[in-house]
Design a protein around this ligand. Structure first.
Ligand code: KIV
Ligand code: ZN
Length: 505
C-alpha cells in the first residue's frame, strides 16, 4: 500500500458552508493560490450547480491554478454533473466529485429511495461522470451511519462504473476513532476491486473527533484526507488541515505517511483565511493559535531555556511562524515595504504598493514596530477590500462613567455622497454601531463581536471581527486599527458592505 497521503482541501466548499464564512470570487482565487503554495493535492473549489457564484468560482480557480487538482461537487444527477464539468473543464487536472447518501435515515426520509434505487443511481451517475473524465470521486454521504455491507456494495458498483476515489464521510460527526478505523478497513476489504480506487475520509467535528477520526482512518488504509483550514465547515466544521498534516509530520513514526504539504505555508494560509472571513484564530487553537508556542509557567520557561525540546514538539518556524519586525519610520523607503511584502507572498503592483506604504507610514506614527501581521492586515483592508459601498471617513466618540450615555459622531462615504450623524449608546462602541446602522439604513442583528490584539505591546493594533445577520443572510466583517473603537467601526462597516454585496448577488 502506498505511503503517500493525498491532501484534499475543502476550505472553499465545505469550509465556505460555515455560517458567515462566505467569500467573494477574488477572495476564493487568492486562497486557492495560497493552497497551491501550501502544496495540497486537490482543491475542492465549490459546488457548481448550487449557485452562479459557486459556478464562477470553480471556473476561475480551474483556470488559475496549476500543479493541483481542482474538484467540483455534484449531486448524483446528470444536470449537476454537466454543470460541474462546464465549470471544471479548463482545469489542468479536473475532478468530478459525485455524492449520494447511503444511510437508512437519509435514504428513507431525505432521498425517499430504496437501497436498490440508490445502487442504480450511483451506477448511473458515476458512469455518466466518467464519460467526462477518469478522475471521478464518489462520496457516500452519511457513510458512518450506513450499513457496512451495503456500503461495500455501493462502492463496488461505483468502482465498476469508473470511480477512482471512494470517499467515506462521517457527515454528522458521529463516528468514534476506533470504530471508524475498523469501518474503513472493513469496506476496503469487502469492496470489489478496492485496489482500483483510493479510499478517502471526510470527517465532521460535531463530537470534537474529526482529526482523531481522520488519523484513525489513515492508519487503517485510507489514503486521502478531506480537510479544511482552521477546521471550518458545516456546523462544527471539518477536520483541521493544519492539525492532521502536522500530526502526520511530527508523528511520522506513528503513521509512516508522506504528504506534499509545505508546512511553512501553514500559518500564512490560516492567517489568510482568518483575514478573508473576518474570523480571528482562537488563542488556544492547536498549531496556529497565539498560545500554541507560548510558555507561561516558570518550570516550562526554565526547561525551554535549557533545551527547547523539553516542551516544544515542533518549532514555530516549521509552520511558517516567524516574527520579523519591519522597522518602518518616517525615513524608511518604499522598497523595504515592497520587499517584505514579496517575501510574505504578496505580489502588489506599483499603485497598490503606494497605498500600503502610505498606510504603513500613518501606522508608524502611532506604533513603534510594524510587524508582518500589521502589514498583512493593511494589505487586506486597504488593497484587497471589496469595492466599498460604505467607507468610514471620520469618527469621534466620547465615553462617560456617569449616568450620561456615550456619544458617537460618524462621517461615512455612501453611494449617495458623504453622510454625517451623531447619536448615543450604552458605551462608545454601541453608540458608534447605532449611528452607523442609521446611516447605512440596513437593519441587522449583531451576532458576534470579538477584539484581538494583532501583535503584542500596548500599541498593538486591535483586530475586530463582527458577524451580522439580516434575515437569512449572514456576513462577517473585520477591521484593524490601533484604536479599538475605530477598528470596531471598520469591522461593522465591512460586514455591512459584505451583506449589501450578498443581497445584490
Ligand atoms: O459531509 C459530507 O458528507 C460532505 C459530502 C458531500 C462529501 O460534505
Ligand atoms: Zn462535509
Amino acid at each position: 500500500m502506498s505511503n503517500r497521503a493525498i491532501i484534499f482541501d475543502t476550505t472553499l466548499r465545505d469550509g465556505e458552508q460555515s455560517p458567515g464564512a462566505t467569500m467573494n470570487l477574488q477572495e476564493k482565487l487568492r486562497l486557492a493560490r495560497q493552497l497551491q503554495l501550501l502544496g495540497v493535492d486537490v482543491i475542492e473549489a465549490g459546488f457548481p450547480a448550487s449557485s452562479s457564484g459557486d459556478f464562477e468560482a470553480v471556473r476561475a480557480i480551474s483556470a488559475a491554478v496549476k500543479d493541483v487538482q481542482v474538484a467540483g461537487l455534484c449531486r448524483a444527477a446528470e444536470g449537476d454533473i454537466d454543470k460541474g464539468w462546464q465549470a471544471l473543464k479548463d482545469a489542468e487536472n479536473p475532478r468530478l466529485h459525485v455524492f449520494l447518501a447511503t444511510s437508512p435515515i437519509h435514504m428513507q426520509y431525505k432521498l425517499r429511495k430504496t437501497p436498490e434505487q440508490v445502487l442504480e443511481i450511483t451506477e448511473r451517475a458515476v458512469r455518466y461522470a466518467a464519460r467526462y473524465t477518469s478522475n471521478v470521486e464518489f462520496s457516500a454521504e452519511d457513510a458512518s451511519r450506513s450499513d457496512r455491507d451495503f456500503l461495500a456494495r455501493v462502492f463496488s458498483v461505483a468502482i465498476a462504473a469508473g470511480a477512482t476515489t471512494i470517499n467515506v464521510p462521517d457527515t454528522v460527526g458521529y463516528a468514534q476513532p476506533a470504530e471508524y478505523g475498523e469501518l474503513i478497513r472493513y469496506v476496503i476489504e469487502h469492496t470489489r476491486d478496492a485496489h482500483k480506487a483510493v479510499f478517502s475520509v471526510h470527517c465532521h467535528n460535531d463530537l470534537g473527533l474529526a482529526v482523531a477520526n481522520t488519523l484513525s482512518a489513515l492508519n487503517n488504509g485510507a489514503r486521502q484526507a478531506e480537510l479544511a483550514l482552521g477546521g471550518i465547515g458545516e456546523r462544527a466544521g471539518n477536520a483541521a488541515l493544519e492539525e492532521v498534516c502536522m500530526a502526520l509530520k511530527v508523528r511520522q513514526d506513528a503513521y509512516g505517511l508522506e504528504t506534499r504539504i509545505q508546512s511553512e505555508q501553514i500559518y500564512p494560509s490560516c492567517r489568510m483565511l482568518s483575514l478573508i472571513i473576518g474570523r480571528p484564530i482562537a488563542a488556544n487553537k492547536a498549531i496556529v493559535g497565539g498560545n500554541a508556542f507560548a510558555h507561561e509557567s516558570g518550570v516550562h520557561q526554565d526547561g525551554m531555556l535549557k533545551n527547547r525540546e523539553t516542551y516544544e514538539i515542533m518549532t514555530p518556524q516549521s509552520i511558517g511562524r516567524t516574527s520579523s519586525d519591519l522597522v518602518i519610520g518616517k525615513h524608511s523607503g518604499r522598497n523595504a515595504v515592497h520587499t517584505r511584502l514579496e517575501e510574505l507572498g504578496y505580489q502588489l503592483d506599483e499603485e497598490q504598493t503606494r497605498i500600503v506604504f502610505e498606510a504603513v507610514k500613518q501606522l508608524a506614527d502611532k506604533k513603534a514596530a510594524i510587524h508582518d501581521e500589521d502589514l498583512e492586515s493593511i494589505v487586506f483592508s486597504e488593497v484587497y477590500r471589496m469595492p466599498d459601498r460604505f467607507r468610514l471617513l471620520n469618527l469621534s466618540v466620547q465615553s462617560s462613567t456617569a449616568s450620561m450615555p456615550s456619544t458617537a459622531a460618524v462621517e461615512l462615504q455612501t453611494p449617495e455622497g458623504v453622510a454625517r450623524l451623531a447619536g448615543f449608546g450604552a458605551g462608545p462602541i454601541d453608540a458608534t454601531f447605532n449611528v452607523i446602522s442609521q446611516l447605512v439604513g440596513q437593519p441587522t442583528d449583531l451576532e458576534q463581536f470579538a477584539i484581538n490584539a494583532i501583535t503584542g505591546g500596548t500599541d498593538a493594533q486591535g483586530e475586530v471581527s463582527v458577524r451580522l445577520r439580516d434575515g437569512d443572510a449572514l456576513a462577517g466583517g473585520r477591521g484593524s486599527d490601533p484604536d479599538i473603537i475605530v477598528a470596531s467601526a471598520k469591522a461593522f462597516i465591512d460586514a455591512h458592505n459584505r451583506l449589501a454585496q450578498k443581497k445584490r448577488s
